[in-house]
Write a protein that binds this ligand. Sequence first.
Ligand SMILES: *[C@@H]1O[C@H](CO)[C@@H](O)[C@H](O)[C@H]1NC(C)=O
Ligand SMILES: *[C@@H]1O[C@H](CO)[C@@H](O)[C@H](O)[C@H]1NC(C)=O
Ligand SMILES: *[C@@H]1O[C@H](CO)[C@@H](O)[C@H](O)[C@H]1NC(C)=O
Ligand SMILES: *[C@@H]1O[C@H](CO)[C@@H](O)[C@H](O)[C@H]1NC(C)=O
Ligand SMILES: *[C@@H]1O[C@H](CO)[C@@H](O)[C@H](O)[C@H]1NC(C)=O
Length: 379
Amino acid sequence: MAFFVLLFLQRVVKDVISPIVFEAAYSLGEHVVDKKEEKALPPLKPILRWKKGEKIAQRNQRIETWHKTNCRSDDCAADLKLQGKLFLSSFDDKTPYLALGAIKNISLNVSVSNNGDDAYNTNVFFNFSSELFFIKMWQKEEKGISCELLEPDFLKCSVGFPFMRSKSKYHFSIIFDTSHLSGEEEDLEFIVTAQSGNLERSDSLHDNKLLLAVPLMHEVDTTVMGAVSPTSFVYGDSIDASKFLQLEDEVCLFQPLNFTFQVLNTGPSHLPGSIVHILIPSRISATGAEVFHILEIMVGQDGGNCTFQRSPDLCFIPKEKESIFHTIFAFFRKSGRKVVDCDRPGRPCLIITCFLSSLAKEETRNIDIYMLLNTEILK
Ligand SMILES: *[C@@H]1O[C@H](CO)[C@@H](O)[C@H](O)[C@H]1NC(C)=O
Ligand SMILES: *[C@@H]1O[C@H](CO)[C@@H](O)[C@H](O)[C@H]1NC(C)=O
Ligand SMILES: *[C@@H]1O[C@H](CO)[C@@H](O)[C@H](O)[C@H]1NC(C)=O
Ligand SMILES: *[C@@H]1O[C@H](CO)[C@@H](O)[C@H](O)[C@H]1NC(C)=O
Ligand SMILES: *[C@@H]1O[C@H](CO)[C@@H](O)[C@H](O)[C@H]1NC(C)=O
């Protein structure tokens, strides 16, 4: 016994992966036996064996039987291929990195093609940093792609549902918000994977996965400004003693001197940490006594700390006044002016090193230095 079923599939079939279920009922037809030999036993009649209460029916669950007719290969394999590139919103070939804070979004342009048989239920998956936010999917022309965020860092885009035709290619872009990147990771990485419900031969799987990365950089422009108070001082015996400061247990007279340095980050990124070196000329002559003594250094908003060498002897009174005076005199006599700087190597200088904590864009941090000037040695 045989039967034949003709099944018509509509052009647009929604449910392609679950099997097409059909039932065929069957029963015995009329049984005709040739009645040549009258004497023989009556002919045997065929019967259908069936269980009580069950239908005489056959269920078919092999959908493959049907859509195989569309396949050009025996195994109906798809052959997906992914290609892609990252585009920074202010894209510039000369800066192949993402400057934190400067770039607000990133576009991942992807193309997926199918060189095999029609690929059912094709999806492109994106794994990305949890510091990124998916903004939208963008296509030049609206064309059979829809995306769904499965996890905050995992996106699924369905391509050409219900199936991606053989020899077809789709282009689309995924746009992410990059404004919340912390910069803790060195690179921003994306893993893109293409997958379909069809079988795909292992030798064609190599181009189903794409790893895209861009280095992350802190790009900053820092400025240091400074002020000093008082801006000038005079020395000598004729100066009113009230202008001076006398410390407890010290015989020397000092003149207070305050320096304020201001570190500004003009961005675009935040400055994760910085070191500021301040050099202050500490002696008039290479062998002379120290002129300046640091009392205290304060960093604003508790945003750092500074280290420096404390002078062991705060109150230095030169024993051989005569020779010191001559040295100073020799310096000042030539031009009436003596520049003490730290630009050239070998000059005696006080070195202050400040470690500053993170500075946001447009944020400033003050470094206040309270110093004493030992005018005794200038006398
Ligand atoms: C991406 O950023 C640029 C400028 O940074 C902006 O002009 C554009 O509108 C942004 N695109 C999206 C989709 O947010
Ligand atoms: C990449 O995608 C953006 C949209 O995010 C689009 O403006 C741009 O033209 C695409 N670039 C290429 C080369 O496809
Ligand atoms: C992508 O993310 C999903 C969900 O977190 C995870 O199951 C999958 O293993 C990830 N894939 C890759 C290639 O990291
Ligand atoms: C230096 O700063 C301290 C603390 O702010 C202040 O009391 C003092 O008057 C300042 N001295 C000068 C010379 O500006
Ligand atoms: C000094 O400042 C740096 C940067 O803010 C910080 O990491 C360090 O712990 C500080 N050290 C001390 C002793 O406060």
